[in-house]
Design a protein around this ligand. Structure first.
Ligand SMILES: Nc1ncnc2c1ncn2[C@@H]1O[C@H](COP(=O)(O)OP(=O)(O)OP(=O)(O)O)[C@@H](O)[C@H]1O
Ligand SMILES: [Mg+2]
Length: 259
């Protein structure tokens, strides 16, 4: 059975950067706002390079033990269970650490030796050093705007990665994505993209994060499934962005004018 590649619209030669990083056994850092296609890109690239993909969504509690592995008690014995990082290192998979800056500092320490020339993982609980499989690739994502100043990556970590910056695609590409993802016609897609563009320019709304491609895709899907256009935009674009009454009203007015 042939599994179809996930749909991905390339915008800045990012797949070339990925393939060359992979060829040179370099880890890759993907920076960019929420809903800008980072995860989709990684899924797509893992597929085209024929690699198994293991994704870990990092949060404040994510520790090196979660990644490397732990002993568990099984009947009268304790047995070692490899964590997802160890599995990827041994088997040669793409390991995607989503939102790496959220993870606990020991995670960063654990990956250091994997992200330089050594390409090895030290498992302290086993006293074992595992050399990475030649196809192992580490990818991390990071949202620089989110909680500005809070969670940063240290230069000594950042400089171990080849990095790519993701932005929301230009209007033409974004409309094409909406047509492909949601099956709406071009006209609707263009209108949604125009709404997105307008809201992105309204800095006075004080939004923590602005309209992502994801939100536009969601609105397009609701329209495609038969929800009235304005209601679809209110529910999929406006409401997820803010809880501020005034900001919501301004965005709704704008949507109603534009669609
Ligand atoms: N270049 C693209 N090609 C195809 N689909 C895209 C692209 N960019 C965004 N999308 C659409 O936007 C949605 C969100 O993208 P994705 O989940 O990759 O965002 P993300 O950058 O990983 O966001 P987060 O930081 O919140 O995890 C996708 O499900 C897809 O529908
Ligand atoms: Mg993602």
């Amino acid at each position: 059975m042939v599994i179809e590649a996930p749909y991905y619209h390339q915008t800045h030669q990012e797949s070339e950067v990925f393939l060359h990083a992979f060829r040179n056994r370099m880890p890759l850092l993907i920076k960019g706002p929420t809903g800008s296609g980072k995860s989709r890109f990684v899924e797509y690239m893992a597929h085209v390079s024929g690699q198994k993909l293991i994704t870990i969504s990092c949060h404040e509690e994510t520790s090196s033990t979660d990644l490397i592995g732990r002993f568990i008690i099984k009947g009268a014995e304790t047995v070692w269970i490899d964590g997802p990082l160890t599995t990827a290192v041994r088997e040669g998979a793409v390991l995607y650490l989503d939102e790496i800056a959220e993870a606990r500092p020991d995670v960063i320490v654990a990956i250091h030796s994997l992200t330089d020339h050594r390409r090895e993982l030290f498992i302290d609980k086993l006293g074992e050093t595992v050399k990475a499989h030649e196809n192992f690739m580490l990818i991390a994502s990071f949202n620089p705007g989110y909680q500005r100043g809070f969670k940063e990556l240290k230069p000594s970590t950042r400089q171990r990665f080849v990095a790519l910056s993701f932005e929301y695609p230009g209007p033409k590409a974004e409309a094409e994505i909406l047509v492909n993802e949601a099956g709406v016609d071009k006209d609707i897609a263009k209108k949604l993209v125009a709404i997105g563009g307008k809201i992105r320019n309204l800095t006075e709304l004080g939004l923590a994060e602005t309209v992502s491609t994801r939100l536009l895709v969601d609105a397009a899907k609701l329209i495609r499934s038969g929800l009235p256009k304005r209601l679809a935009c209110h529910a999929a674009i406006v409401e997820p962005l803010s809880d501020d009454g005034q900001a919501i009203e301004s965005m709704k007015d704008l949507v109603d004018l534009m669609i």
